[in-house]
Each structure stands twice: as structure tokens, then as C-alpha cells.
Unconditional design. Structure first.
Length: 535
């Protein structure tokens, strides 16, 4: 943990440890505070956040500094990292939002900046507050009470258009009706105070083949310590019904092997640690060849979670040469029946084959991800998780340390499961206790603890509308605990979290253009239900 004496000392230590290719100008026409509402370690491990930081600072009339949710005793410091500039004195405060559970931090940061958290209570002298990021592209409405403008899509095509409008209206004021109306006319911007006349679409750069995102800043204080991250592709073509990554970006695109190798070889930090990032990393067509060539060039590799049906002896040998000793795997469900229902294309035979291959590798740590509370889950599916872990133990022996992560199903907007309810707190608690008790007798297995309260909040923020935003505000302003607020607003919480949604009901995010048409998702959900009932 980085020691903190005061903000100046804390920021100086972070900045001194960084290697950066981003030039932050001392003065410019527009000053932006780019805020990641989580820790520095989490924020600077996010390639999207780094890319926005780089893109803003590329413009000659923009200076962009970073800010985070700082640790105690600095947690009330609403200041920029680079110069300690107060957020309230910036022209624009831009939130980059990656996780629903960071929503409370957004409200806290605005309050710590001595700004009214509600957009309706801020005047023309206050900064323009904007927001973007992957979760806002799913359902931004719980954050709408606090945000002046949302930007939906990828950084490069959006930022250029946004800056053009901002610069054209600088003299009249960034919160003038003229400026906000021009922003609202952009097909990928949403100004909550103005009526939506047409569907808002996400601006996606369709041809990204030669433009993978890569690290702009590395540091020993990131989660990926001094590792240069390179995106090998975007989106996922697997189409798992519970996963927004399969639906928010279409189509799946991968970057050329030669381009990725070139970026690794010529990385500006001259680090030998390369991290390959992508929602569908395992499906990269030439992943084995790419990893082999990087290892032959004496690079150490870091990989995001890996699909079990892609594990081969050849690939494991390459990972061993790369010095990788741990791997994350996601069976998701304990039985092939339930994996078929959720469209997780992974058979029991493929899982056993992968485990047999891992047995002969030098990997020593494995992490398994499972989801509980899935639609149409039965007690046999829960038992299947225990059986699957037991099979892994029998095959791999006690040489392996196994971490088992049991996560609650969170219904995500714009997926076929967006109409589904979440399992009750009682059921989730019972299932976790049952699995934990069953696996406790194995010394080399650890069941990772999860907060049901946080999972419930994640569902509420994922599924809710602006009323949830006002509930969030009351929690932050008054220090009320979530349990009492849930009890006082029981019907609203039940309707968003535990009640199956009517497929003809307008959903809070329906004003956004669906990447996969809503009608197609509806037919898919109806087919899933029909197939299950006749199974």
C-alpha cells in the first residue's frame, strides 16, 4: 500500500513512479478533470480510461488531468493528481465509469468537490459534468440526476466531435442552452434535461484493425505492475446470454498478429512485461503463434481469463516458458445442461480434457468462476459445481491451489436475460453456504467470499431508473444504510431486482439503440423458456 501523509506527498509518489507518454499541458483553453470513481490502482489498470486520458490531451486546446476516489485519509480530496487543482474549478468534470458499484463514489466526489450533486441544482458557473464508459452504455438512467451530458461509445470518434462542439461554445458557456442543444443533437450524446426525440446510438469505430488500444501509462502501483497492456480485439462472438460483452459491441474484431507484436517490440516503456487484453482473448485466431513469438523475444506474458476449450498442451508449454504460474477459468455453471441454457458453449468432456492437460503443466494456481442464481437453475446444478471442483482436485492433485469464486447472476441490460429477476438474498446465501461447507474439507481449495448486499446493489443500479439515483443520493447525503432504504422503498426495489419483467414493458434503457435489436432478444428469451419447459 502506498503511504499517504498528505495529498501533495501522495500524488508526488504516484507520479514519480509512473512512466507516461501523455503530455499534460500546464495551461490550455479548456481544463478537464478526468475522474475514475475508484482507486488509482483500479483506474490506471483500465485501458479505456487510459485511452480517454490520452485522447483528450492530444488536442492542443485541452489540458486533462486525472482524479480518483482516493484512500483514507485523503478520501475527501477532490483534486487532480497532476497539479492538485480543485475539481470545482475545472471547465469539465468527466467521469469514466466501468462498474455499477462505483455509482456512490460519483456522488461523493461531487459533494467533496463542494458541488451540488444534482445537475438541476448546479448553475452555469459550475463545471459541465459528463460521463461515459461501458456501464453507461447499458443503462445510464440511475446516474442521470447527477450528469449533464452522457457520451456513448468509443473514445476516439466521440471525443473529437465532443471537443469540436465545446470549443465552438466556449465563449457562450459550456452549459448554455445552445451548447447543450448541440450536444443533444449528436447521435451518441444524451442530455438528460432535454427530451429524447430519436434513439441514441453508441458510436463505434467500425474499422479498428490497425488501432488497438495500448497502455499510455505504466506504474508499479497499477494492478498490472509495470506491464504494457495491448488490446488484441474487442467484443465477444460467443453470445453467452448473461454477458453484456457479447452484445454491447458488434461485430467482434481482432487486430493483426504482426501489429500486436510490433506494439510489444516497440513499446515506449521498454518493458519486457506484456499483457494481452480482450473479452474473447481465447478466440484470437493466432493466439498460440503470437504468444510463442513474444516468448521467443524474451517477453513475460500476462493473460486475462482463458476458455477451457482452448487449452492445449502446445499452448500450455508456451505459457510455462512465459513464466505464467496462475490461470483463471470460467466454467460458469456446474452442469452441461445449465451451460447449454445460458449458451456457454463448453461441454463436460472439454472441461475434463482441459484439466488433464493442466495436470502436466507447471501452473500451480487456478481460479474457477461460477455463477449461481441463473435462470432455470436446479439443485442438481448447484451440486454440479461441487462435483466439478472435486473432479478438478482428483485430476490435478494437491499440487494445485484452487480458488473458487461463486458469483450471483446479475441480469444485464441489452442481453436475452434482461427480463429475468435476481435470485433472493435468502437463496443466494443458502447456496453459498452449501457450496462452501462442501468444499471446506479440501485443504487446497479456497471459496472466495462475496457480499450479497453489493450484488443486490449491482442489480439495482443495473436495472433501475432515475428513482434509484435519488435513492442513492439519500444514502450518501444522510449516511442512511442501504438496508433501511431498501425497507422504506421495498416495492421499487422488488420491481427492479426480484420481479420478472413483462416483455412488453418499456425498460429504463429503451431510449438507447440496442446493438442486437430488442425484438430479436425477446424472441431468443421466449425460445429459451420454451426449450426449458419442454426439456
Amino acid at each position: 500500500m502506498l503511504p499517504q501523509k498528505n495529498f501533495k506527498d501522495y500524488s508526488a509518489r504516484l507520479l514519480k513512479a509512473e512512466q507516461s507518454i501523455v503530455l499534460v499541458k500546464k495551461e490550455a483553453l479548456i481544463r478537464i478533470a478526468l475522474v475514475f470513481p475508484n482507486s488509482y490502482q483500479v483506474g490506471m489498470s483500465n485501458l479505456g480510461f487510459q485511452e480517454v486520458f490520452r485522447q483528450f490531451n492530444r488536442h492542443p486546446q485541452i489540458t486533462c488531468e486525472r482524479s480518483f476516489d482516493y484512500p483514507p485519509p485523503l478520501h475527501q480530496s477532490a483534486l487532480t493528481l497532476e497539479t492538485g487543482h480543485p475539481l470545482r474549478e475545472c471547465d469539465i468534470i468527466a467521469f469514466s465509469v466501468a462498474y455499477e458499484l462505483d455509482y456512490p463514489n460519483i456522488v461523493k466526489i461531487l459533494m467533496n468537490a463542494q458541488l451540488p450533486p444534482l445537475a438541476s441544482a448546479r448553475n452555469d458557473w459550475h463545471p459541465l459534468v459528463i460521463a461515459g464508459g461501458v456501464v453507461t452504455m447499458l443503462n445510464p438512467t440511475p446516474l442521470a440526476p447527477f450528469i449533464d451530458v452522457f457520451l456513448f461509445g468509443e473514445a476516439q470518434p466521440l471525443i473529437e466531435a465532443f471537443i469540436k462542439i465545446i470549443l465552438a461554445n466556449k465563449a457562450d458557456g459550456l452549459k448554455s442552452s445552445r451548447c447543450l442543444e448541440q450536444l443533444a443533437q449528436h447521435p451518441s450524446c444524451w442530455v438528460p434535461r432535454l427530451e429524447v426525440e430519436t434513439e441514441i446510438q453508441k458510436q463505434i469505430q467500425r474499422d479498428r484493425r490497425d488501432q488497438p488500444i495500448q497502455s499510455s501509462v505504466i506504474s508499479p502501483w497499477h494492478h498490472f505492475k509495470n506491464m504494457h497492456l495491448i488490446e488484441v480485439g474487442r467484443a465477444c462472438g460467443r453470445g453467452c446470454y448473461f454477458c453484456a460483452a457479447s452484445y454491447i459491441y458488434r461485430p467482434t474484431q481482432f487486430f493483426p498478429t504482426e501489429k500486436i507484436k510490433e506494439l510489444a517490440q516497440n513499446n515506449p516503456f521498454q518493458t519486457r512485461r506484456i499483457g494481452l487484453i480482450g473479452s474473447a482473448l481465447s478466440d484470437f485466431p493466432q493466439l498460440t503463434e503470437l504468444c510463442r513469438r513474444l516468448v521467443e523475444s524474451n517477453f513475460q506474458l500476462g493473460l486475462s481469463s482463458f476458455r477451457m476449450d482452448k487449452i492445449t498442451p502446445e499452448f500450455m508449454a508456451i505459457l510455462e516458458n512465459a513464466g505464467i504460474r496462475s490461470l483463471s477459468l470460467a466454467p460458469e455453471a456446474g452442469t452441461e445442461r445449465l451451460r447449454r441454457i445460458i449458451h456457454k458453449q463448453l461441454t463436460d468432456e472439454q472441461i475434463i480434457t482441459a484439466l488433464e492437460t493442466l495436470k502436466h503443466a507447471s501452473i500451480t494456481h487456478l481460479k474457477f468462476y461460477f455463477i449461481i442464481g441463473l435462470p432455470f437453475e436446479t439443485p442438481a446444478d448447484i451440486e454440479g459445481i461441487i462435483v466439478l471442483v472435486q473432479k478438478a482436485i482428483n485430476i490435478l492433485t494437491n499440487r494445485f491451489q484452487i480458488a473458487v469464486s461463486i458469483n450471483a447472476f446479475i441480469p444485464k441490460p441489452m442481453t436475452p436475460f434482461q427480463w429475468c429477476p435476481m435470485a433472493t438474498e435468502k437463496d443466494l446465501k443458502h447456496i453459498r453456504q452449501y457450496i462452501t461447507h462442501a468444499l471446506r474439507r479440501f485443504k487446497n481449495v479456497t471459496v472466495m467470499r462475496k457480499s450479497i448486499r453489493e450484488e443486490l446493489l449491482q442489480t439495482l443500479f443495473s436495472q433501475g431508473d432515475q428513482r434509484v439515483g435519488h435513492l442513492l443520493l439519500r444514502q450518501v447525503e444522510k449516511g442512511a444504510n442501504w438496508k433501511s432504504l431498501f425497507n422504506q422503498n421495498r416495492e421499487m426495489v422488488v420491481s427492479f431486482v426480484w420481479r420478472e419483467k413483462d416483455m412488453n414493458t418499456t425498460l429504463p434503457w429503451d431510449f438507447l439503440k440496442y446493438p442486437v435489436p430488442k425484438q430479436r432478444l425477446r424472441k431468443l428469451w421466449e425460445k429459451i423458456r420454451t426449450d426449458f419447459l419442454t426439456d
